[in-house]
Design a binder for this molecule. Sequence first.
Ligand code: NZQ
Ligand code: ZN
Length: 386
Amino acid sequence: MKNFSFYNPTKVLFGKGEVDKVGKLVKEYGNTVLLVYGKSSIKRSGLYDKVVSLLEKEDIKIIDFGGIDPNPRIESIREGGDLCKKHNVDLVLAVGGGSTIDASKGIASAALYDGDPWDFYSYKVESKGALPIASILTLAATGSEMNAGTVVTNFATKDKNGWGSPFTNPKFSILDPVNTFTVSPHQTGCGIVDALTHVYEFYFSNEDAYLNDRVCEGIMKTIIHYGPKAIENPEDYTARANLMFGATLALNGVTGFAKDFEGFNHSTEHVLSAFYDIAHADGLSILAPHWMEYILSDKTVNKFYEFAVNVWGVHPNKDKMKVAKEGIKRVFTYYKSLNMPLYLTDLDITNPPLEEILDKAVKGETIGRFVALTKDDVKNILTKAL
Ligand code: NZQ
Ligand code: ZN
């Protein structure tokens, strides 16, 4: 087992009614808050009014900044950063899904930087600090509520890039599953697929890390079990709660002990999102099953056998290849049952500019750590997924 270091400073407040504590928690950081949110969901659900009244009760001045897009834009980061500077904001509070939380991390970093925040996303400059960030999560998916990552798109250059720093972990995140009752069936499906793919990124590894694998399998089984229940009955608290905490654990570091991020699915999907502005998990849903089929070989069969038996409940059998194939087939079937796309054409993407996409996705010789893939391999996977 490889050496590793683990540090996660985010305080998590989980469960029904925890939002009531937000005023007092924010007050610990100051008197002025930038309230960041998406298009309309928190206004429709009543969460916006509730949060505003809890903050006002503590005499906290609110600088309102709504309208963050799914696939947040660099323009929002610039605008939010300027607002923080202008109003001497003490804390950036995100109320929403991964896009809103990611945007808040970029904004909090831009607030302490004199240049263009795209410098961070284009890896020109390393961020040296950020305002404190906190979140109230409304969508179980990305894990952004308990990690340092921020992923933002520059549609002018067709780049969707991510980074994180020791300053971008939220100070606290409030996870009340009730706030996810209003998430649509499609967005719930996206959350399921995104969280599963986060686990794949560490599970599919050549490192020998037995405990890590069992943690990964526990998280995947939980998400697979409760995901459809949440879609069927959106107000099933137990299902929403398991999905929410499962998605948080999927990318808060606990699945990554002693392992490296595999990388193919996320790097390639971010390129698709930057070209087509599709939901992140729609892209992952198309890529991951085809990637699995493509990389299954005598070298990888043992891992896929474990995946099939331990995660998907395929009956063990001496013919490991047959069992492994059945496991991958279950991934296709499960995603289909969630009404998630399996082919690019399901999203009306035909004739994608493959060479341009490949140039952005494969920056070095190869991509992926479990199985190193060349541009030709990636082209084959994308062609399979057409
Ligand atoms: O904008 P509003 O009106 O809030 O609607 C949103 C949006 O349309 C809606 N929504 C959120 N909570 C809701 C709700 N609708 C009803 N009820 C609620 N309670 O859902 C839609 C999608 O929201 P978004 O925040 O975009 O979804 P998600 O959480 O999946 O975030 C996706 C973004 O996160 C990035 C992705 O690339 C993508 O840009 N990621 C961030 C990561 C990280 N920070 O660690 C890792 C991921 O791999 C991913 O890359
Ligand atoms: Zn993801």
